[in-house]
Ligand binder design. Structure first.
Ligand SMILES: [Zn+2]
Length: 466
């Protein structure tokens, strides 16, 4: 892959600092620092098993560091991150060196280190790209830049700086603006969970909440739901922070906290816009929750997210915000809790040896699964799991891509009764599982038994049963 590093930089009049790097390594004559325009052409990936293009690019990156070629270093660091499908690039000044790491499928990976004396020039380079103040090093800054890949893909780079005791740390979040919204079935939601979600989507009104930590794929799931509902006869409005992907046919609005345009304000405005379906980025306070409930009770379908660990915990959170249980009973339709697990590379995975304790835990979790037909009986009987190994195909990581684990709580009369009687969360959890809710742990074990991920990965992201 090659990037032509098209930077949306309108203040070209800003002087480019002269780069006079001090390199600790002996420098070959031909490797003099070149401050060339960053339109470097990187060879397109060649399908050659003996020499994967990624390691070739890493070699080029190391060469650029040795040559103290800052523009080349920055360009290659971004380009290599794109090749590895990274979501974030971290450039971290440590005490006596600077570390470059990528977040790939949710996990940080060490890439390379470079000498501290190159760092100021690297920071300046990135600041120019993203329209940040070069001479301001004492306060955090944030900006953005557009990068176009050779294939013409528009990538959005969100750049943030943070002054640390060792210098400025930079994080660049990479977003593919042309990313296609996957279909619900492609996200990993299956069986009873998919059936319940599909049923909730056809409800004329009610609240659908998706919960999970940051980076658990909540927004993608909600976009996928909205895409399914996006027809010419409905008005869909979204209030987001920020608008991550633009969907044709939707009216997407972005909040602005600095001018007091909040989620709650956006919700109230959306209600005056003759909506059918509203998505509000997150319910953070009672005001937003109240407006969401009001919208649902006046005949609208409302989507939102919360930051809780499980579907049942969302109920506690909303009650703790000050929402009366009777309002939840009449408005809540469905709660999704989700996580993303890395998919084990099918080419190099090997059968795992699972400890007796872990096996006990797995069997206990599966014995509590009431939902029917979630897994092939022979897989459940076999209890065969896999370990990640690493090969050329998966860049020696052992994993490739991610898939969602879903816990879907469909409201029913028993759960409503428990809520109105101020029942315990343990009882509600039991009632939800009785009603066919597959827990995150169970959903993960199913995916591990199907050979899609590893047990290690499942317990990395999903909670063990107590
Ligand atoms: Zn592999």
């Amino acid at each position: 892959m090659h990037i032509s590093d098209k930077v949306d930089n309108t203040n070209n009049q800003q002087p480019v600092p002269t780069v006079t790097p001090v390199v600790t390594q002996p420098q070959p004559l031909q490797a003099a620092p070149v401050v060339a325009p960053v339109t470097a052409v990187v060879a397109p990936p060649v399908k050659d098993a003996t020499q994967p293009p990624e390691s070739e690019k890493l070699k080029q990156l190391k060469d650029a560091i040795l040559a103290a070629n800052i523009p080349q270093m920055v360009m290659l660091a971004i380009s290599y991150a794109l090749d590895l499908r990274s979501s974030d690039i971290h450039i971290e000044p440590l005490q006596n060196r600077v570390r470059l790491r990528y977040r790939i499928d949710g996990v940080l990976r060490h890439v390379v280190e470079y000498p501290t004396n190159l760092h100021p020039a690297v920071v300046s380079r990135i600041k120019i790209m993203s329209n940040l103040k070069i001479d301001e090093q004492r306060i955090p800054q944030d900006g953005r830049a557009d990068v176009t890949t050779k294939e013409g893909k528009q990538m959005d780079l969100r750049v943030s700086t943070l002054p640390t005791v060792n210098g400025e740390k930079i994080v660049m979040r990479i977003q593919d603006k042309s990313r296609k919204i996957p279909d619900l079935s492609e996200l990993g939601i299956t069986g009873t969970s998919l059936k319940n979600l599909t049923a909730a989507l056809s409800a004329p009104n009610g609240i659908i909440i998706n919960t999970g930590p940051t980076g658990s794929g909540k927004t993608t799931t909600l976009y996928s739901c909205l895409s399914k509902l996006n027809t010419t006869d409905v008005n869909i409005l979204t209030i987001e922070d920020p608008v991550e992907i633009q969907l044709d046919g939707l009216n997407q609005s972005q909040v602005h906290h600095d001018i007091n345009y909040s989620f709650a304000m956006g919700m109230r405005a959306a209600l005056r816009q003759d909506p059918n379906i509203i998505m509000v980025g997150e319910i953070r306070d009672k005001e937003t929750a109240d407006t969401a409930i009001e919208a649902s009770l006046t005949g609208h379908l409302v989507f939102s997210t919360l930051h809780t660990n499980s579907a049942v915990e969302s109920l506690t959170r909303l009650i703790n915000m000050g929402i009366q249980p009777y309002l939840l009973i009449s408005s809540l339709e469905l709660i999704i809790a989700q996580r993303l697990v890395r998919q084990v590379c099918q080419k190099c995975k090997k059968e795992a040896v699972v400890s007796p304790e872990t096996l006990e835990m797995i069997k206990k979790a599966m014995s509590e699964m009431k939902a029917e037909g979630e897994i092939e009986p022979e897989l459940l009987k076999g209890m065969k799991f896999y370990d990640a190994v690493g090969c050329d195909e998966c860049n020696h990581i052992g994993y490739q891509g991610r898939i969602g684990l879903y816990e879907v709580l469909r409201m029913n009369n028993k759960i409503r009764k428990l809520l109105s009687d101020n029942g315990s969360m343990i009882d509600i959890q039991a009632a939800a599982q009785e009603n066919g809710m597959v827990t995150l742990e169970q959903a993960g074990i199913v995916k591990a038994l199907q050979g899609k991920t590893t047990i290690e990965e499942v317990y990395r992201v999903a909670r063990k049963s107590e």
